[in-house]
Design a protein around this ligand. Structure first.
Ligand code: FES
Length: 341
C-alpha cells in the first residue's frame, strides 16, 4: 500500500510504501529531509509527526528519548507508517542537487597514516562522474547487503579520486578487510553521495570546524573546497585526539595555517603521555572552542566525530555560547563498531 506524506512548513509531498521508512521514501522522491546515519543513532532525521502515526524500528535512545517520542517526535530513518502523514521537518536546500549513484571504484592507494588509520584512495571509472557537496559520505557496498559509511575526505573535483579515512575497528567486517587482505587495484562498489552534512555556501559567516579523530575527513573536504573556491570566509579548525600521533594530518593543517591568512588551526590532545612531549592545548576539544569563542552568535559550526563530542558541542555551544541552534551542523559517528564513517 502507498501513503501520502506532507512536509510542513515546506508543503512538499511524497508517497511512502508500507514497507519503507519515511526517510527512504523522501530520498527516493528527491525531498531533502535532513539525515546522517540512516540507522537510528545520530538524531539528524528527527522531526515531528503532526498528524497520522508512525511505528519505529530499533533506534538508540539518545537519538530519540522516550520523552521526545511521547511529545510526537520521530526518527524518520526508522519510522514506517500505515496511513497518510503530516510531518514537521526542515528541508535541506542543496542535498538532492546531485543524483545518488551506485558505481564501482578501484583502490589506487592504501596509506597508513597512523597506527590505526589508513587513507584509502579510490579511482572512479572514466565514464562516471560523482558530483557531491564537500562533507557528504558514500556507502561501501559489501557482501550480504551490508554497507559501511565513510565521509569523503577529498574536495569535489571533476574526475578526481575519492579518499576515505578509515580507522581500524578490530573484528569489523570492512575495516579488518582494509587492514588485512585489501590490495591496491581491488574493486569496491559504493553508493553516494549521501547525507545533509555539507558546507552551506549561501552564508558568509565565519566557520568553526570541530573534529575528533577521523571526523577530520569531511572537514578536510570542506577546507579544500573552500580553498578551491577561494572563499574569503574565516575558518578555524579545532581537531581533538587522544595523543599527538592521532592527529594524522597535522602537518597538512599547519601548512594550511601557514599559507592561508583566513585559516587557523588549533590541535587539542586529551591523553598525551610524557614521551609525546606535547606542548599544545589539552583537554576536551569542544571546551577549547568555548574558551576561545565565548560568544558564537555570528558563527557557523560544522562538527564531526564521536557522538559524545558532537553532542556536548551542540548542547554547550547553543546554551552557553549563543550559537544559533540552526547554525550547528553535525555528522556524528554512529557506533563504536565497524559502522562508522
Ligand atoms: S538517526 Fe536517523 S539519520 Fe541518524
Amino acid at each position: 500500500m502507498t501513503f501520502q506524506v506532507t512536509v510542513q512548513p515546506s508543503g512538499q509531498q511524497f508517497s511512502c510504501e508500507a514497507d519503507e521508512t519515511v526517510l527512504a521514501a523522501a530520498i527516493r522522491a528527491g525531498v531533502s529531509l535532513p539525515y546522517g546515519c540512516k540507522n537510528g543513532a545520530c538524531g539528524s532525521c528527527k522531526g515531528k509527526v503532526v498528524s497520522g502515526s508512525v511505528q519505529h524500528k530499533a533506534h538508540q535512545e539518545r537519538a530519540l528519548t522516550p520523552d521526545e517520542a511521547a511529545a510526537g517526535y520521530s526518527l524518520f530513518c526508522c519510522a514506517t507508517t500505515g496511513g497518510d502523514l503530516v510531518i514537521e521537518a526542515r528541508v535541506v536546500a542543496g542535498s538532492s542537487d546531485y543524483p545518488i549513484k551506485k558505481m564501482p571504484s578501484r583502490v589506487t592507494t592504501i596509506e597508513k597514516v597512523a597506527p590505526d588509520v589508513v587513507v584509502l584512495t579510490l579511482q572512479l571509472p572514466a565514464s562516471e562522474r560523482l558530483n557531491y557537496r564537500a562533507g557528504q559520505y558514500i556507502e561501501i557496498m559489501l557482501r550480504d547487503n551490508k554497507r559501511r559509511s565513510y565521509s569523503m575526505a577529498s574536495a569535489p573535483v571533476e574526475g578526481g579520486p575519492v579518499s576515505l579515512h578509515i580507522r581500524h575497528m578490530p573484528g569489523g567486517l570492512f575495516t579488518d578487510q582494509v587492514f588485512g587482505s585489501m590490495k591496491e587495484r581491488d574493486i569496491l562498489r559504493f553508493e553516494g553521495p549521501m547525507g545533509t552534512f555539507f558546507l552551506r555556501e549561501d552564508s558568509d559567516k565565519p566557520v568553526v570546524l570541530l573534529a575528533s579523530g577521523t571526523g577530520f575527513a569531511p572537514l578536510k573536504a570542506i577546507v579544500e573546497h573552500m580553498i578551491n573556491e577561494k572563499s574569503p570566509r574565516p575558518i578555524t579548525l579545532y581537531w581533538g585526539a587522544r595523543r599527538p600521533h592521532d592527529l594524522y594530518m597535522d602537518a597538512l593543517c599547519r601548512q594550511w595555517a601557514a599559507d592561508l591568512p583566513q585559516f587557523s588551526y588549533v590541535p587539542v590532545v586529551s591523553n598525551a603521555l610524557e614521551e609525546d612531549q606535547w606542548q599544545g592545548r589539552t583537554g576536551f576539544v569542544h571546551q577549547a572552542v568555548m574558551a576561545d569563542l565565548p560568544d558564537m552568535a555570528a558563527y557557523q559550526v560544522y562538527a564531526c566525530g564521536a557522538p559524545v563530542v558532537v553532542e556536548s558541542a551542540n548542547r554547550d555551544f547553543v546554551s552557553l555560547c549563543n550559537l544559533p541552534a540552526q547554525e550547528f551542523y553535525a555528522d556524528a559517528f554512529t557506533s563504536e563498531a565497524d559502522l562508522t564513517k
